[in-house]
Write a protein that binds this ligand. Structure first.
Ligand code: FES
Ligand code: FES
Length: 137
């Protein structure tokens, strides 16, 4: 970890007051779960979306991150950003946008990558569940 004083105030804000921390029931048919890790540092992020099937929009979102301040801030920011979005829009958010918004230094880019990977993985999990449900219907 790097010293706290090198973080941007936006990172500190999300770190101190993280938005949408928590979990949904993984077994909920309309919940998609993304669980990803950063091999470089061992930090882990879980991000879950609740989807309204009719509109294809993310109606709720929660995260839990075991990791550095930038990873927590990136996931907190991501949850705020994707609420109300279509899966397609949410899946196209780039980690570089997050890094720019939070003013992350280059050494912390992989922390924002974790948030991009997590939302993509949550969307894939949701799609996989829906496909399985319609196949067995
Ligand atoms: Fe220090 Fe991730 S490397 S917390
Ligand atoms: Fe690894 Fe931030 S240091 S996620």
């Amino acid at each position: 970890a790097i010293a706290v004083r090198s973080y941007h105030p936006k990172v500190i804000d999300h770190y101190e007051r993280p938005r949408n921390v928590g979990s949904f029931n993984k077994a909920d048919p309309f919940v998609g779960t993304g669980l990803v890790g950063a091999p470089a540092c061992g930090d882990v992020m879980k991000l879950q979306i609740k989807v309204d099937e009719a509109s294809g929009k993310i109606v709720d979102v929660k995260f839990k991150t075991f990791g550095c301040g930038s990873a927590i801030a990136s996931s907190s920011y991501m949850t705020e950003r994707v609420r109300g979005m279509t899966l397609e829009d949410a899946g196209s958010i780039k980690n570089t946008e997050i890094a720019k918004e939070l003013c992350l230094p280059p050494v912390k880019l992989h922390c924002s990558m974790l948030a991009e990977d997590a939302i993509k993985s949550a969307i894939n999990d949701y799609k996989r569940k829906r496909a399985a449900a319609s196949a067995s219907a």
